[in-house]
Write a protein that binds this ligand. Structure first.
Ligand code: THU
Length: 160
């Protein structure tokens, strides 16, 4: 038997420690909480995806009375990016969460399905996507979405 430890590199930044590019995309993700449609959870999530050509595609969670029909903010942004700019790699993704009248103190954390979609996007464009998880206390910066989901499942796994 062997024991492994899976370590994930992550940097926790105060607002002032973020670069100008990072501040810009996080600010857009924060603004996007206004476009969240979340009458059932009251949990607003804003997302912003930056493409290689500099375009920023916005996302926000969209809920539905048939709960599973709704979609998370991250996936609305990534699917919109793929639908409108299929030739553009996504180089950066930011999310921010807002509930009970304020942004969450802790960084927002993408659900498993969103992590899987983020990884497919990286794989598709063969390029890492920086992921910024905003919180009032600190923003976590991951150099790649793959770091958010160790032992990833990608297309090669389908071939055994
Ligand atoms: N949500 C997101 O938008 N992103 C995530 O990664 C986690 C959860 C949304 C889905 C739902 O509208 C609300 O947050 C509560 O789960």
């Amino acid at each position: 038997m062997k024991k492994y430890e899976i370590k994930v590199p992550v940097v926790a930044c105060s607002w002032d420690e973020l670069s100008e590019e990072q501040k810009k995309i996080v600010a857009i993700a924060k603004d996007q909480i206004n476009n969240s449609y979340c009458p059932y959870s009251g949990f607003h999530v804003g997302a912003a995806a930056e493409l290689k050509n500099g375009t920023i595609v916005r996302g926000a969670n969209q809920e539905n009375a048939a709960y599973p029909s709704g979609l998370c903010a991250e996936r609305t942004a990534l699917f919109a990016a793929g639908a409108q700019y299929p030739d553009q790699p996504v180089v950066r993704l930011a999310i921010a969460c807002y509930t009970d009248g304020h942004f969450t103190a802790e960084p927002g954390s993408p659900c498993g399905s969103c992590r899987q979609v983020m990884i497919e996007t990286e794989h598709r464009y063969k390029q890492p996507m920086e992921v910024l998880l905003y919180g009032e206390k600190e923003t976590l910066v991951f150099r790649s979405a793959a770091d958010l989901l160790p032992l990833i499942f990608v297309s090669e796994n389908l071939n055994g």
